[in-house]
Design a protein around this ligand. Structure first.
Ligand code: HAM
Length: 505
């Protein structure tokens, strides 16, 4: 999308108008909109649902979350008796998208969709509200404590989805054998997590997910990383700005196996290790001990996790294991895809979700200023945790918040202006109908039209055209219309002419 050339627009306004455009206009003062008195009950409402995480009175702009709500006989909120102005800010951690922000969001999402299309993926979506059970896993993940969950009016425990992967698993199980593998699905959806707010971390965010189901080989992970690299390149981000840290959970598995740690502890251990950069190392050791690991195993584990070279890892684990084989294949494929310089081995990457089983990866900014840009990995055993048959699977989630912070940092945010092809304006109130006909005709030809719906001075119309970055101004005036013609002004060149309505393209 071309940037909004605001500097180029002003000259258009300075074009002197030929008589055609100098119809007398009743100069109507800009309409004064009354400020709406938005009203809401000052009394706490009987909420029919309660977020599982208690918010403090100051947490959501000072409003109390109210009480009650778990009974089966839920009545509608009471009619307010007293009124006060509402807080016009959205709830803490959530966002409005006024037009300028929506343009940026659409720009980003269009790139997500276009890259997914380039890789042959099909788009899917799921409900934002899911059964709570879908997100309850026992491994002690942070995401569990961040769940927006409540009981609905039918006494069902439900949650706003914190991620898309469990919904994908649910749908795949539901579709069963009717699906032809491999599946290549992508989604762009809103997720909710009651997170501590930091730069790029919000309570609501959109995630672009790409997932491949039915491919056990590392070729799938390699393809997924390739799609993210393609996305970065499209938006002007290079390998000097970001990289991917890659590891495999099988590395940990092999270490734990040496110490005869039972398989069922694996998820829990991974969740603790994921916190290594967030909490003191003594706390990590304490938590690992609490999972049942011996001190010797903990020391060995921490040593292995500090390895940043695949060759060194091979020396320690030996070359025979699956972890090394998978990682070597991934690095070899990265070369063939042409993104070797984007990826590096880092044993400390394990990811904070319990379901990963193999290769895991995270996108990071090389300056180290931001949280993870994206992350994913292989989750071959997720479906059976929901009672389905396992299918090899891998994918990633890419949020909309950190990437915007990165684009800001790098001065790469696109300038996106409003873009309308035509402004159509009747110069006399009686000609509003003709202007409507002109607009309909152009819209029928696929051209966008901002139709001026009230009598406005020409100066106002020109300003509007500049703001909309319009290509043409089409004026319907009495003198011309008596000849069945309308006036056209090309705003970039200043060229103006009269044309028969029939000939207007
Ligand atoms: P995740 O690492 O929890 O993975 O999230 C993926 C990405 O979503 C993060 O790297 C970040 O860009 C974004 N994100 C997560 N939480 C927030 C937040 N509170 N505010 C802003 N952005 C956030 C998953 O969710 C996995 N389900 C990804 C996946 C898909 N794995 C396989 N398929």
């Amino acid at each position: 999308m071309p940037p909004f050339p605001s500097s180029l627009l002003n000259p258009r306004l300075s074009f002197s108008l030929k008589p055609l455009f100098l119809f007398t206009q009743s100069s109507i003062a800009p309409q004064q909109f009354p400020v709406p008195r938005q009203l809401i009950s000052a009394k706490p409402r009987n909420f029919s649902s309660v977020a599982s995480v208690q918010t403090s009175a100051t947490d959501n702009g000072g409003s109390s979350s109210g009480g009650g709500g778990r009974s089966g006989a839920l009545s509608p909120p009471p009619v307010a008796e007293e009124f006060q102005r509402i807080d016009v800010n959205p709830p803490k951690g959530t966002r409005d998208f006024p037009p300028e922000d929506m343009r940026l969001r659409n720009w980003l999402f269009n790139h997500f969709r276009e890259v997914s299309r380039l890789f042959g993926f099909e788009e899917v979506d799921y409900p934002v509200l899911e059964s709570e059970a879908l997100f309850i896993r026992k491994a002690g993940e942070e995401i569990r404590d961040q769940l927006y969950c409540f009981e609905d009016r039918g006494n069902r425990r439900v949650a706003l989805r914190p991620e898309l992967t469990p919904s994908l698993a649910r749908l795949v199980i539901q579709k069963g054998k009717s699906l032809s593998l491999p599946l290549k699905w992508f989604a762009v959806g809103q997720c909710w997590r009651y997170e501590r707010m930091t730069r790029g971390r919000r309570r609501e965010h959109y995630q672009w997910n790409m997932d491949i189901l039915g491919v056990p080989e590392v070729t799938a992970e390699a393809e997924l990383i390739s799609s993210i690299v393609t996305f970065f390149k499209r938006i002007g981000i290079s390998e000097s700005d970001v990289g991917f840290k890659v590891s495999s959970r099988k590395v940990l598995q092999e270490v734990l196996r040496c110490y005869s740690v039972p398989e069922n502890l694996f998820g829990k251990v991974c969740i603790v290790i994921d916190k290594i950069e967030k909490i003191p190392i003594d706390e990590i050791k304490r938590e690992l001990k609490a999972t049942g690991l011996s001190e010797e195993a903990i020391e060995e584990l921490l040593q292995v996790l500090s390895i940043k070279s695949l060759t060194k890892l091979e020396e320690i684990l030996g070359g025979a294991g699956e972890a090394i084989a998978d990682l070597k294949q991934l690095f070899s494929l990265a070369e063939k895809f042409g993104y070797s310089e984007w990826i590096q081995f880092d044993a400390s990457v394990v990811r904070g979700l319990a379901y990963y089983t193999g290769i895991v990866f995270e996108g990071f900014d090389r300056e180290g200023k931001l949280r993870a840009i994206c992350g994913g990995g292989r989750y071959d055993r997720l479906l059976s945790t929901f009672g389905g048959d396992d299918i090899p699977a891998c994918g990633f989630g890419f949020g909309d918040a950190v990437i915007v912070e990165l684009l800001k940092e790098k001065g790469l945010l696109p300038e996106l202006g409003l873009e309308v092809d035509n402004i159509v304006c009747a110069l006399d109130y009686d000609l509003q109908g003709v202007a409507a006909t002109v607009a309909t005709k152009l819209r029928g030809k696929g051209q966008s039209v901002d139709l001026v719906l009230e009598s406005k001075p020409l100066k106002w119309v020109f300003k509007r055209a500049a703001r909309a970055n319009a290509e043409r101004l089409i004026l319907v005036g009495n003198t011309e219309w008596q000849k069945g013609m309308v006036g056209v002004k090309i705003l970039s060149s200043g060229e103006q002419y009269e044309i028969k309505l029939d000939e207007l393209e």
